[in-house]
Every structure is written in C-alpha cells, then in structure tokens.
Ligand binder design. Structure first.
Ligand code: PHE
Length: 336
C-alpha cells in the first residue's frame, strides 16, 4: 500500500506538463472525481485500523502535492502567455498620484460674467497690460495733476531702450481698452473687456498689487442712462439671483458723466452690509473727443467691475492673497 502511494507520488512529480493541453491531462488524470488520487482514497477501506491514521496522512500529502503542482504549472503557463504580448509593468508597484486640474475660482467667476454679457449681446475684447499714460489716463480725461497718477497707485515703467520719456505704466484699470476699441473701430460698439490690472498698494488680506476687472462699453446713437441701469440690474439679477437687493449711487470718474456706483446687499452672520460691485456712467464727451468719435452723434455707457470680489463672495474666500498663491490645496477645492 505504502509503495503504491509512493509510486503515485513520483508519477505526479514526473508528469510532463508543457502546455495547456498537458495541464488539463494532468488534472483529469489526478485531480478529477475519477482521477487517481480519488481512487487511492477508495483503498482506505482495506487498510488495517491501526495504520489508518498514518496511511491517511500519506494519502493526503499526495493530494496536496497534486493540487500544488497543478496550481504552480497553471500560473507558470499564464505568466509565459502574457510575456508573448511584451513586457508587462509590475502591477504591484504603487502608482504615481495623478492630479486632475480644476478651474481657478477667478476663471469660474469670469466665465459666469462673460456668459451673462454674451447673452446681452456684448462681444469680448482685450488690450495690453503694459499701457502708456495716454490710454491709461490722458484720453480718459484725467487732469495732469490727478491723484490717481500718483506714484502711490501706479507702477511706472522706465523705457530704457528708446530713452524716451517714462510714460509706460502697468494699467491701473481696464478702461484704457475702451480707448483702444474706440480708436480702432467706429460705433456701434458693445464689448466687455476682461483683464488684469495693477496698483501699487500694500498687500493685505483685502488688497493686492494686482486684481482683475471686467470693463464694459456700449456706444451707439442715443444710448441712455436708463439703458445703463437696466443692463446693470439685469447683470445683478443673473449673477446674484432675481431677488438680489441692489442700489445705485451717484459717484465720480473723470471719464464718465454722470457717474454711478452699484452696491448689492450681502447677507452675513452680522446681518449684512452693502458691497460696492462696480463703477459706471455715461461716456464723457471729452473721451469721445480724445479718440475721434463724434460726441454730437453718439452717446455711450461704460462700467467696470472687480472679478476678485465676486469670486471671494461666491466662495467665502476671506483673503485675496489665496487667489494668487496657487497653493494646490486651495485650488483643488474648486473642482466643478
Ligand atoms: N475704471 C474704474 C475703476 O477702476 C471703473 C469704471 C469703469 C468706472 C468704467 C466707470 C466706467 O475704478
């Protein structure tokens, strides 16, 4: 009996397995219900009682041996097969983390603003961030001694190459793009002009040396103040919801007359407060004169709003510096 078992054991060890077919033959020969291992167990009936335990153990070892050989050969064949299709990466190596991008909160806010004005029939224009005094100030009717030209607000840029007078500035607002547009083309003009602007201000949670504006300009025959206010109210409703509480106050800008500012009511823990969202007004005839638009034939309105404020209110961002640090832990919060 012991001999029989040992012979079976040798047979199992020596069986020639080279491919899927011989593997299957092995399985049928030894592991199937009618295979030699099961047959061997049938012999247990003839084993004397006192030897049953020892023989049973030997038989079981053979069974495990057969199963293990089968598993091993099967795995070997499978591995050989994948190799035929080229080297495979080790799938147990941890993958590099991948970072999916997200829109910057300023981009999200700007896209919303653009969508609203595109619906209202405006197109989109832009201009340079490096401006000259004429476009940033003079053509916009700033008197030569206006405080906004002061060193404290404006970054002046020295023009080394030409040796000409230092009249380059980082634009302090997007209004110079109005000037470029009106010089380039005749009315009607109905455009928004998004862009980055720069002011020489101390960096704090509330102010930064750069921020973003969206300028608006509508010039045609008989554009009215009523149309300006209607457009701004429409914007406020689409941006902040149809129940938005707003107010329009008189204001002053050198390039618009009359000038206004619009506030919206912002609810917060302490009840709420009025927040200025934009400046606007009717284009001053002096501006038309500076760019060669006939101020007798045409009127127009202009507005300028801050994008950073809108994004900060929308997402409860309490420090403007977060918008420019580009910390990935901050940016990842704005997945759409
Ligand atoms: N340029 C002004 C500012 O930066 C905003 C403005 C634009 C006001 C157009 C009136 C008309 O504050």
């Amino acid at each position: 009996m012991i001999d029989k078992i040992n012979r079976l054991k040798e047979e199992i060890e020596d069986f020639d397995i080279t491919d899927a077919q011989s593997l299957e033959a092995f399985r049928l020969e030894y592991l199937s219900r009618n295979g030699k291992v099961q047959d061997m167990f049938k012999l247990m009936g003839s084993v004397p009682k006192d030897q049953k335990a020892a023989v049973g153990k030997l038989m079981n070892d053979v069974k495990v041996l057969a199963q293990e050989r089968f598993n091993r050969e099967k795995e070997k064949l499978e591995r050989a097969q994948t190799k035929q299709f080229g080297p495979k990466d080790d799938i147990t190596i941890p993958v590099e983390p991948t970072y999916t991008g997200s829109y910057h909160p300023l981009t999200i806010a700007l896209n919303e603003i653009k969508q609203i004005f595109l619906r209202l029939g405006f197109n989109i224009a832009d201009g340079p961030e490096l401006e000259d005094d004429f476009h940033n100030f003079t053509a916009l009717n700033f008197p030569p001694d206006h405080p906004a030209r002061d060193m404290q607000d404006t970054f002046f840029i020295r023009r080394n190459d030409t040796g000409s007078k230092d009249d380059l500035v980082l634009r302090t607002h997007t209004s110079p793009v109005q000037i470029r547009l009106m010089k380039e083309k005749n009315p009607p003009i109905r455009s928004i002009m998004p862009g980055r602007v720069f002011r020489n201000e101390a960096v704090t949670a509330k102010s930064y040396f750069q921020f973003n504006q969206v300028e608006g300009l509508y010039v045609d025959r008989s554009v009215t103040m009523g149309e300006l206010i209607e457009t701004l109210v429409m914007f406020a409703r689409l941006m902040y919801g149809s129940d938005v509480k707003y107010r329009v106050r008189p204001s002053f800008f050198p390039f618009t007359e009359p000038s206004i500012e619009m506030d919206i009511w912002w609810n917060n823990e302490n009840g709420g407060q009025w927040l200025e969202i934009l400046g606007a007004g009717m284009v001053d005839p002096n501006v038309f004169d500076a760019v060669g638009v006939d101020s007798e034939a045409y009127t127009g309105f202009a507005f300028g709003m801050g994008v950073d404020r809108i994004a900060m209110l929308r997402y409860g961002i309490d420090d403007i510096r977060l918008l420019y640090d580009n910390d990935i832990r901050f940016l990842n919060q704005f997945k759409l």
